[in-house]
Design a protein around this ligand. Structure first.
Ligand code: ZN
Length: 344
């Protein structure tokens, strides 16, 4: 079956219900432990599957309900990482400080990382499912290295682990595996070099659709301040898009609506599917279907119709539940309107 025109999809994360964890936080504390926590995570995942379907999305995700944070959720299942002694580190080129775990020994997976969520997702929707993993370069930027002494070497080690989990997710029935690489917008030269190479290693041997998400970050204050410092034109994508266009990765998710990204940079992704950000996650204002359709119409000047997917600019984890849901509804309604306007 061909993909629905302008398929509506999420970047990744969704807010966690207040009974699962603290709300409006990037690193929220869980409200339960042990088997009760496991059950609560599964319940929250099911809830969001239903809400995404009801909203009318074409691609469904787990909303990252089972991970405390999009990077650290993966690292918790990696041997060689010391989570008991986190250290404060400036991340994303010192844009903000985070408490990060340390790499202290050779890296190896303890076992499956996201088996439960992926199988739950597959069992409860017949729509296409997308699963997100942090990309190697972004992981390297969100952990303190006390062992490898070399960023590229450590990135390649993580890429191997990601690949192992990605192949298993594909076997669980995942249709699209997306690697999140916000670090690509920060370390521009390195991203176009070893960043894309490590990403391709993480995706090696996958026959499902592969994707990468590159953004200007969650709608948190540190990121909003950073964006304000980037000037009138945000040309970061210009550095990495040509390398991605030459890569084996099939889809690229980018930030568009309310950004200062020159839209013509999307044309650098010739030959790729482009997930255009039509929903602003740094504002609680709900987009209208007309605004969403207008953004799609604008992007159609640079992206062929059958290559364009509609997406959120970034994950929605730190937002309120109600706002996130209304934004998903706006996304799907805007896509429906764009189909009426532009399908002929
Ligand atoms: Zn993002």
């Amino acid at each position: 079956m061909p993909r629905p025109l302008f398929s509506a999809t999420l970047a990744g994360s969704l807010p966690k219900p207040a009974w699962l964890s603290e709300t409006n936080k990037l690193w929220p504390q869980w409200k339960a432990q042990g088997s009760a926590l496991k059950q609560a995570k599964a319940d929250a995942t099911l809830l969001w599957i239903k809400l995404q379907e009801d909203a009318g999305l074409d691609v469904i995700g787990d909303g990252e309900q089972s991970r405390q944070h999009f990077v650290h959720g993966f690292l918790e299942q990696v041997e060689g990482i010391d989570f008991d002694h986190k250290v404060k580190m400036g991340i994303r080129d010192n844009r903000y400080d985070a408490m990060v775990p340390q790499v202290v020994a050779p890296l190896r997976l303890k076992g499956r990382v996201h088996e439960a969520e992926a199988q739950l997702l597959r069992a409860h929707t017949t729509k296409k499912i997308k699963f997100t993993l942090p990309g190697p370069m972004t992981i390297v930027d969100t952990v303190a290295d006390q062992f490898y002494g070399d960023k590229v070497k450590m990135a390649m080690a993580f890429a191997g682990l990601l690949n192992q989990e990605a192949l298993a997710l594909q076997a669980d029935g995942v249709d699209i595996i997306q690697f999140d690489e916000p670090a690509f917008n920060v370390y521009l030269k390195e991203a176009a070099g070893w960043g894309v190479k490590a990403l391709e290693c993480a995706a090696r041997g996958l026959s499902c659709i592969t994707a990468v998400h590159i953004c200007y970050g969650y709608g948190i204050k540190a990121n909003i301040d950073w964006k304000a410092s980037l000037g009138e034109e945000w040309r970061q994508y210009e550095a990495v898009f040509p390398a991605l266009a030459r890569s084996s990765i099939q889809q690229v998710s980018l930030e568009c609506y309310h950004s200062h990204v020159p839209p013509h940079l999307m044309a650098l992704l010739d030959g790729k599917d482009v997930m255009v950000g039509v929903i602003d996650v740094a504002s609680d204002l709900i987009e209208t279907p007309e605004q969403v359709a207008d953004t799609i119409g604008m992007a159609l000047q640079y992206v062929p119709k059958n290559r364009l997917l509609a997406c959120t600019n970034c994950g929605q984890a730190p937002m309120s539940r109600e706002v996130a849901l209304r934004k998903l509804q706006a996304l799907a309604k805007g896509v429906a309107l764009a189909r009426q306007r532009y399908s002929a």
